[in-house]
Ligand binder design. Structure first.
Ligand SMILES: [Zn+2]
Ligand SMILES: [Zn+2]
Length: 476
């Protein structure tokens, strides 16, 4: 068996692992490598449409592999064909996706339609909703829209037979619904893949099921994520809930605003429950409301937290000219969705409503630039802004956070950070190692793979750490 990491080693995210036996193989994830992409693109420097694939290939943001990319769509000048002519050729059976985060599935958009994609039922619905409700769509953003993909969907515990390779997806606890780890059996050996996981969230039993299954299936090589290998504090989602209750109570007559990710369902549940406890209604942007409907459909959200059920309401953000005329300024899906909400008596609200009754609401935002909406809401004294996503981890995010802080100063709002990570910390990783007792570990999704040696020592298990480097094959 051989493993070729085309992304996801010595970096957080960008996972693209090719696992092969007897001359056929599969990609495990095909995510965007943000770290590499930021080196070449950002600000005013964006890839041109006519050289999209070629420019990404040329600087190594995506790996040069023949016959996997959609060069009809992305290569009108034939530039990438030239680059790919002498590149590695693989007998690829398809791509299997662990969960709906862009650093794991985002660059599926560049692959040709004929390449089969295997993904969880929830991952499919979440990625599709994300695309349908996004206003600005570049070629890079579109995995499914206007494409004819071959998608096979799976659920936890199923066994997928893809030619001679058998894959068992097992759900894990992470910050988005539908996250999976895999046990992969090939004719030349077995390997387990963690995806992104943690043990301190509300679904920690999912991760335990995964680690038990690794043992049961006898996989002795483990590809394990190490995003937070250096961190030992493990704030749980329940801690976040308790902190939010405290903050919401202290805000008294002011408005509470919470900035959080659109797909972090555990966080949304903590926010909405804390709001209920403090007799506030949670107001979410339309796009998040549409996402919550999907979570409910998937059985991941209780009915009382659906938009319009009394505790949660959708709010319509201003856009376009700024007038609230649906026909003029809003996309078709927004108009349809607002009509649907109105039909079931769940009328959405506007910034004027939030402004008028600030002590009634917790306003949720999904993007730092939504901070401008607060100019119209005019937060009253005592209003508070809660950052409830991960701390900035690059320079651009630092600058953005400083900009938000500047706006909050103008608006007279205080701010606070309350967050529990989607990734296992040091002690949880040790726990996972003791439960799975692998003979070999391949560190992935980590900027510090060398720290795995100490981790193994501390776990007290007999295990070899095998570090990998991008694009160089590893024989197992
Ligand atoms: Zn990730
Ligand atoms: Zn993730």
């Amino acid at each position: 068996m051989r493993v070729i990491p085309f992304g996801g080693v010595n970096e957080i995210g960008g996972n693209k692992f090719y696992v092969e036996a007897r001359d056929e193989g599969l990609f495990i994830d095909f995510g965007i490598s943000y770290a590499t992409k930021r080196e070449y693109f950002g600000g005013f420097i964006r890839p041109k449409k006519y050289a999209f694939l070629a420019s990404l290939l040329r600087c190594g943001v995506i790996p040069a592999i023949s016959d996997i990319y959609d060069d009809n769509l992305f290569d009108p000048l034939g530039l990438s064909k030239e680059i790919l002519q002498s590149s590695i050729r693989l007998n690829t059976l398809g791509v299997i996706i662990s969960h709906p985060h862009m650093d794991h599935y985002g660059h599926l958009s560049l692959l040709k339609d004929e390449l089969p994609i295997f993904m969880g039922e929830s991952t499919f619905k979440i990625t599709l909703t994300r695309e349908l409700t996004k206003s600005a769509k570049t070629v890079e953003d579109r995995v499914f829209l206007d494409r004819e993909r071959k998608v096979e969907r799976f659920r936890t515990g199923m066994s997928l037979n893809i030619s001679s390779i058998r894959i068992i997806p097992i759900h894990v606890d992470h910050s988005v619904p539908g996250s999976y780890g895999f046990v992969i059996h090939t004719p030349e050996g077995s390997i387990a893949y963690s995806g992104d996981l943690r043990l301190h969230g509300p679904k920690s039993h999912f991760t335990h099921e995964f680690t038990e299954r690794i043992q049961h299936e006898g996989a002795q090589t483990l590809m394990l994520e190490g995003t937070r290998i250096e961190e030992s504090n493990d704030i749980t989602e329940h801690d976040v809930f308790l902190r939010l209750v405290e903050i919401f109570q202290r805000a008294q007559h002011g408005l509470v605003v919470v900035l959080t990710g659109i797909t972090d369902y555990d966080r949304f549940i903590s926010i909405a429950n804390a709001a209920m406890k403090c007799s506030r209604i949670t107001a979410v942007p339309l796009r998040m409301a549409a996402m919550l409907e999907v979570f409910y459909e998937l059985g991941m959200l209780p009915k009382e937290l659906l938009p319009g059920a009394g505790n949660v309401v959708a709010y319509i953000e201003r856009k376009g000219s700024g007038s609230l005329e649906l026909d003029r300024n809003y996309d078709r899906w927004e108009r349809n969705y607002v009509n649907q909400l109105r039909e079931k008596g769940a009328d959405p609200i506007f910034d004027v409503d939030l402004s008028r009754r600030q002590n009634r609401y917790v306003m949720v935002m999904n993007s730092p630039d939504d901070v401008f909406d607060l100019i119209f809401v005019k937060p009253s004294e005592g209003s508070v802004f809660v950052y409830s996503s991960s701390e900035p981890h690059n320079e651009e995010q630092e600058i953005d956070k400083q900009r938000v802080e500047n706006w909050l100063r103008v608006l007279g709002m205080s701010s606070i950070q309350v967050h529990a990570s989607g990734h296992a910390g040091r002690t949880e990783l040790i726990d996972i190692l003791r439960k799975t007792t692998p003979k070999k570990i391949l560190p992935i999704h980590s900027e510090k793979p060398s720290l795995f040696n100490k981790l193994v020592q501390e776990a007290g298990i007999d295990c070899k750490v095998v570090e990998m480097s991008r694009c160089s094959e590893l024989r197992l």
